[in-house]
Design a protein around this ligand. Structure first.
Ligand code: F0G
Length: 411
């Protein structure tokens, strides 16, 4: 196993990795896993990792788990990086790519984090895993808990979880609790209860989640054959995924497996944008949004737990956070579906919506290698898709009826 440390991002204090920890016991700061990059690079090379299939565990030597033979895996990662020629032409972008992480086993990027997080739960001897969720975390955790034979409790905001995600969590046998409140309140409850009730929390404040999710950045560099994208657009909710990507790009660069890092743009929905507001106001403090609202329910978060790490990551990359409206998100979702055959859930279209806005405001470099991260599959949220689409027309079961409808001679 790679040598690593669980370290506070504020005061640098080291924490015992054999005990559950989500915040610094000295100062309350967020924790991160710091791996020995030199050792990992050497071990990856000796393990001939490039001969392995593209996946989270292709990079096993850079992921801090004890025993690779004991991982809980559903073959996550290895998702397509799709060259988007039609979208590129539409917006005058020379090299536009979408990393479609909605093709993971449960339909979202969360699986990358859960394969590591649930493996860690087993290593630590925990018997119950838990999370608060806008939907995808709960769907993914429920699936991995089923696989690993762990009890699973998920707290979701009442009335604001897309149907597909709810179906998943229920089908995988999780205890699904609908909280009278929003995601931020549900997360507060889980965090407060964790120690008392012996719950292993697998929200993205758990540093091992990030260790799995960072592999998406490694994959992008490998898929671009060692070229690092110049710009990366990513949706921001609780902030964990942008932190994970930035960690991944930085590590891959330090390990000499690629060169350079992209500028990262975090995209929030206008009604749930406390991090974008910080950039707009030039403030160092986040003001939570009390009643976040957006059609992209996955990122309907007003008090992102990882805001400090996220802001640091975006700034370090030379980027920032900005907003898109619900209409812009839904428009981008249709563009992806109709020009590229990619069907994301609304949050999975937010990154492209942010890029389109930048293009329209002349803020994007049109010749740059640009990647938009699409985080979740459209089938997660069929209601929103159907609401935006024309109803199917009904015809008699006859060629005449079809012919009439298509205008006589067909098309
Ligand atoms: N996209 C999708 C589809 C998501 O489900 C989420 C987060 C994000 C983007 C934002 O990622 O929180 O790491 O910044 N969903 C969480 C959940 C909150 O509970 O499923 P983030």
């Amino acid at each position: 196993m790679v040598t690593y440390e669980i370290r506070c991002i504020e005061c640098g204090e080291s924490h015992d990795p054999t005990r559950p920890a989500y915040a610094c016991t000295s100062c309350g700061g967020l924790l991160e896993a710091v791996i020995d990059e030199k050792e990992a690079a050497q071990a990856l090379d000796e393990g001939a990792f490039r001969d392995r299939p593209l996946s989270v565990w292709r990079y096993r030597e850079a992921i801090p788990v004890d025993d690779i033979s004991k991982v809980a895996s559903l073959r996550e990662g290895g998702t397509p990086l799709i060259r988007c020629r039609r979208l590129g032409e539409e917006f005058g972008l020379e090299s536009l790519w979408i990393k479609f992480d909605g093709t993971n086993p449960t339909g979202s990027f969360k699986d990358r984090g859960m394969t590591v997080g649930v493996t860690k739960a087993l290593e630590l001897g925990m018997t119950t895993v838990a999370c608060a969720s806008t939907g995808n975390t709960s769907a993914s955790l429920a699936a991995y808990a089923a696989l690993a034979d762990l009890d699973c409790v998920v707290l979701i905001p009442e009335g604001n979880v897309a149907l597909g995600k709810l179906a998943q969590a229920m089908m995988h046998g999780a205890d699904v609790l609908s909280v009278r409140g929003n995601f931020d309140q549900a997360l507060d409850v889980v965090m407060e209860a964790s120690e008392k009730l012996g719950l292993y929390v697998l929200n993205s404040v758990n540093p091992f989640r990030i260790e799995g999710q960072k592999t998406a950045a490694y994959e992008i560099c490998d898929q671009l054959k060692g070229v690092t994208p110049e710009a990366l657009y990513i949706p921001v909710g609780n902030g964990g995924n942008s932190v994970a990507y930035w960690k991944g790009f930085k590590e891959y660069d330090s390990m000499d497996l690629t060169s350079g890092c992209p500028t990262m743009r975090g995209i929030q929905a206008e009604g749930a944008a406390p991090i974008a507001a910080m950039f707009e106001e030039g403030s160092d403090h986040m003001k939570p949004v009390e009643e976040p609202e957006t059609v992209a329910t996955a990122i309907r978060i007003g008090n992102p737990a990882n805001w400090k790490k996220t802001v640091r990551a975006l700034k370090e990359s030379g980027g920032h956070a900005s907003t898109v409206t619900d209409d812009e998100i839904l428009e981008a979702q249709k563009f992806m579906a109709r020009l590229e055959g990619i069907f994301p859930e609304p949050a999975g279209a937010a990154a492209l919506a942010g890029l389109i806005k930048d293009v329209e405001e002349d803020l994007a470099d049109r010749s740059a290698v640009t990647v938009c991260v699409s985080t979740g599959h459209g089938l997660k949220d069929p209601d929103t898709a159907i609401r935006q689409s024309a109803e199917p027309r009904t015809i008699e079961a006859s060629v005449e009826a079809l012919s009439k409808l298509l205008g006589g001679d067909g098309r």
